[in-house]
Design a protein around this ligand. Sequence first.
Ligand SMILES: NC(=O)c1ccc[n+]([C@@H]2O[C@H](COP(=O)([O-])OP(=O)(O)OC[C@H]3O[C@@H](n4cnc5c(N)ncnc54)[C@H](OP(=O)(O)O)[C@@H]3O)[C@@H](O)[C@H]2O)c1
Length: 252
Amino acid sequence: MKSITFIGNGNMALSIAQGLKNNYKIEVVGRDLTKLDKFEKNLGVSIEKHLLNGFDIKNKTILLCVKPANVEEVGKLLNSTARVIYSVLAGTTLDKLRSNISTNAVVRTMPNLAASVQKSMTTLTGDIEFKDEAEELLGAIGSTQWLSSEKEIDIATALAGSGPAYLALMAEALADGAVKQGLKRDDAMAIMRGLFGGFGELIQDIHPALLKDGVMSPGGTTAAGYGALEDGNVRASCISAIEKAYKRATEL
Ligand SMILES: NC(=O)c1ccc[n+]([C@@H]2O[C@H](COP(=O)([O-])OP(=O)(O)OC[C@H]3O[C@@H](n4cnc5c(N)ncnc54)[C@H](OP(=O)(O)O)[C@@H]3O)[C@@H](O)[C@H]2O)c1
């Protein structure tokens, strides 16, 4: 069985470990043994537990799951050189990772909120020889997409990382619209959830324009509602949302 070493024992480490626990021997490195015990209990399988201070990463495959602000501090506590580091740290560049933690290779990964339900849309970039392994590891929590640059991962973060917030706005607003017309709140919320669940399946195989054409008959109800969305500049606002989020990522 292959081994994987998590550095960090928070939510993201637990989500990824849940996806890997049946196929990998899991080792977790943290700064508090009580938290490591809790991690093991939540994971439901036995793991190797180590404290960060002086931990030897020689030839290990590391999943780095601490906070972006901890990279320097954590790097100073580790000994030797890792085989590869897979980092989930938002906005932390490959250069910054390489200069703080000794490793033969590094891959940046960007999971999203749905990692906790093993349905993350995770983007990846870094040392290309680890593409297949990165896809296998992060594939344990959902879908992956390898990108060829850090610029692209920042753009993709505006789409997949921030996307849940944008879709949540649509979900809430559509349900509010139904309540405004007289639907009970509980019914509106249940129907909105069903709508998003079914749509999530359909959009996997069908182009959005064809989905729209399929439901919009001439002079019909969907066309009337769709016209209101165009009047409200929803399309332009979505394009602008990605631009603003990406620009913000480059400023941080
Ligand atoms: N959650 C998401 O949806 C999401 C999405 C994309 C990327 N990410 C990235 O995932 C990473 C982890 O997020 P998370 O949600 O798992 O956070 P979390 O639950 O707060 O876990 C953070 C981990 O970092 C450790 N840590 C904090 N300060 C430390 C320090 N000074 N030295 C050593 N370790 C330290 C914590 O240790 P203690 O337990 O001892 O405090 C904990 O194990 C972040 O970098 C974030 O950018 C998260």
